[in-house]
Structures are given as structure tokens and as C-alpha cells.
Design a protein around this ligand. Structure first.
Ligand code: KG4
Ligand code: ZN
Length: 337
């Protein structure tokens, strides 16, 4: 089964062709990063306008790269929630028209689930496992019992981890996109230069919940102090110290959840799963007997292949959408469709 996967939920315009849910024949990602850079963040109206201009070419490029014709496709899958509504609608309307014209099924895919599933495309992992979804909009620790069986164990109660990376980078004028820049700067920094405390959440009923707004504000509040003659406060040291604290908040909950649930496998996904410190700290778990997987870097951030990969599972189980498929900015409940 050959599935075209379309992803336009934020600032990446992506289309991929995946055979039988595993073989990525193409994964074209046209990024808008340079066009949002002057604003140090994604401008929703600009994002949707660019998707409208680019989508046909991106889909054509994905088919060309795969060496296929439109008529070779068996289904079209598209991220239809959550995300920027205007951007999602571009992908959804394109996907519906394209599928309708070809007389093949269309299916809407939850972007968050696609991130969680991405590692399964390259490195299949037996269920159940602990899922760690870390992106610009979400931070979720969950128990995954199947591609569609996800139970949330903990989540951020305020900012997402990627949002904290992006905001700190923005306030310190480190560059854009923030997560990538902080990761790069950290390699030459001393992560012990500054101690940024993590949250002291007293949430006994939700022990795996996290908070990132306190850390983010704590780091931002030191801006004047750091920028006025503190020799230790290099960009590299601030980045490395912040990154250590941000990853530490997550890893503490991941380890507690693994311990309490008895799960022996863990898999991460989402843009922040590209972070080098997080990847190495997760890898460390292997020394304690856990099996750890995460996607290759290209499948961490937004991409069409993860959409097509997960869609394959749903399609095999008979799920289909129709012309009534619509988009939603909001997160769906993590229960069966
Ligand atoms: O999954 P994604 O592409 O889009 C969302 O669904 O949000 O994630 C984007 C987020 C941004 O916050 C970006 O700064 C972060 O992922 N990110 C990183 C790294 N690469 C991307 N954060 C930390 N380290 C990285 N290497
Ligand atoms: Zn994403």
C-alpha cells in the first residue's frame, strides 16, 4: 500500500510517500524557517499563506522523488489536528481534493500521535512502552499499548519544553529556531555554570506532570544580571545550563514513570527528541536494561513520513475519512478514534 502523507500543521510544508508503512520512498520538507526568522517565531497568517503557495509543488516533488505517478497512490493521509488552524486547513483541503480526484481514500491523522509513532517506522518497538512526546506545543509522558492506545501519565501544566527552548533563545537573542541553537551552543558550554532550579510541584495525584514556565521565567529574569559584566555568563554557558535543567525536569519524570509502571521499553518523538542531551540521557537508560528508541533527526521534527506511516496502520484496520474531514487546532482526547 502506497500512502502520500501531508503535513502542514505549523511552519513545515511536507509531503512523503511511504510504502507499507515502513519504506520511506520520499520525505520532502520545505521549511519556512528563514521566512519567520525576522519575527523570531511562527506568524500564523504567513505560515498558511506559504503553505497555500507551496503545497502543490511539495507534493509533486515527493512523488517525483519516489519515482511514482499520482495513479500509483493508494491513499492520502494528512495531519488534521492539532496545530495552527489556517495551516492545517491548507493540507486538509488539498488532501481531500487530491484523494477525491484520484478516487482513493483520505484519512486525517493526529499530529501528536504521528510524532509518537515516528520511531516505529524505522525501529519497530514491541508494545507496551513508555512514550515521551516532546515538541514545540506538547510535553507528554504516556503509556503506549498500541498505535491507537495511548494513556497519558503526565503532561506539562503550562509551557511545552520546546516552547521554553524557543522563548529563552528569543529573550537572549541567541538565534532562531531556539531549540536547535541552544543545542548547538551547549556543546561548547559548561552545563554546571549556573543552577536553574526545576519546579517543585506538589501534585501527588499527578506525579509525572511537569512545569516549564518557572524555569523559562527564571532564566529570562537573569538576563540583565547576565548581560552586565558576568564573565561566566557566555551564551554557551547559559544555553548549556538551561538545557541541563530542561532535560533534567523531563528525565526525572521519565525515570519515575518507568520505575512505577514497570515498563521496560521507552520511545521518544517530536522536535525536542532531536536534542543531543536528551538523546544521550535516554540512551543511558539502556545501561539499566531498558530498550530505547527515537526517530532519526529528520523524523523528529514535523514531516509527512510520520503521517503516512501511522496512516498505514489505521488504513489496514479499515479506518477512512471522507469529504467531511475537517481540521481542528485543539488536541483530541487520547482515546480511541
Ligand atoms: O515537533 P516540532 O517540529 O513541531 C511541533 O509539533 O511543535 O517541534 C518543534 C520544536 C521547537 O520548539 C524547536 O525549538 C524544538 O522542537 N527543537 C529542538 C531541537 N530541534 C528542534 N529543541 C531542542 N533541541 C533540538 N535539537
Ligand atoms: Zn510537530
Amino acid at each position: 500500500m502506497i500512502v502520500l502523507g501531508i503535513e502542514t500543521s505549523c511552519d513545515e510544508c511536507s509531503a512523503a510517500v511511504v510504502r507499507d508503512g515502513r519504506e520511506i520512498l520520499s520525505n520532502v520538507i520545505a521549511t519556512q524557517i528563514e521566512l519567520h526568522k525576522p519575527y523570531q517565531g511562527v506568524v500564523p497568517e504567513l505560515a498558511s499563506r506559504l503553505h497555500t503557495e507551496w503545497i502543490s509543488q511539495v507534493v509533486k516533488a515527493a512523488l517525483d522523488k519516489a519515482g511514482l505517478e499520482n495513479s500509483d497512490l493508494d491513499a492520502v493521509a494528512v495531519s488534521n489536528r492539532p496545530g495552527l488552524l489556517g495551516s492545517l486547513l491548507v493540507g486538509v483541503n488539498f488532501a481531500k481534493s487530491f484523494a477525491y480526484a484520484l478516487g482513493i481514500p483520505v484519512i486525517g491523522i493526529d499530529h501528536i500521535r504521528a510524532h509518537l509513532y515516528a520511531s516505529q517506522i524505522e525501529t519497530p518497538l514491541e508494545y507496551p512502552y513508555l512514550g515521551v512526546l516532546v515538541s514545540g506545543g506538547h510535553t507528554v509522558i504516556c503509556r503506549v499499548d498500541g498505535y491507537d492506545e495511548i494513556e497519558v501519565l503526565g503532561t506539562t501544566i503550562d509551557d511545552a519544553i520546546g516552547e521554553a527552548f524557543d522563548k529563552v533563545a528569543k529573550f537572549y537573542d541567541l538565534g532562531y529556531p531556539g531549540g536547535v541553537v541552544i543545542d548547538r551552543l551547549s556543546r561548547n558550554g559548561d552545563s554546571m555554570a549556573f543552577l536553574f532550579p526545576g519546579p517543585s510541584l506538589n501534585r501527588q495525584e499527578h506525579p509525572y506532570d511537569m512545569s516549564y514556565s518557572g524555569l523559562k521565567t527564571g532564566v529570562i529574569n537573569q538576563l540583565d544580571k547576565f548581560r552586565n559584566g558576568n564573565a561566566e555568563a557566555t551564551d554557551e554557558n547559559i544555553a548549556a545550563s538551561f538545557q541541563r535543567a530542561a532535560v533534567g525536569i523531563l528525565m526525572k519524570r521519565v525515570k519515575a514513570a518507568l520505575n512505577d509502571t514497570g515498563l521496560k521499553r521507552v520511545s521518544a518523538g517530536g522536535g525536542v527528541a532531536a536534542n543531543s542531551l536528551l538523546r544521550s540521557e535516554l540512551r543511558e537508560l539502556e545501561k539499566c536494561g531498558y530498550t530505547v528508541t527515537f526517530p532519526s533527526l529528520k523524523l523528529c521534527t514535523d514531516n509527512g513520513a510520520m503521517v503516512a506511516g501511522l496512516a498505514y496502520r489505521y488504513l489496514c484496520d479499515g479506518y477512512r475519512d471522507d469529504v467531511h474531514l475537517s481540521a481542528s487546532a485543539r488536541v483530541a482526547a487520547f482515546k480511541k478514534c
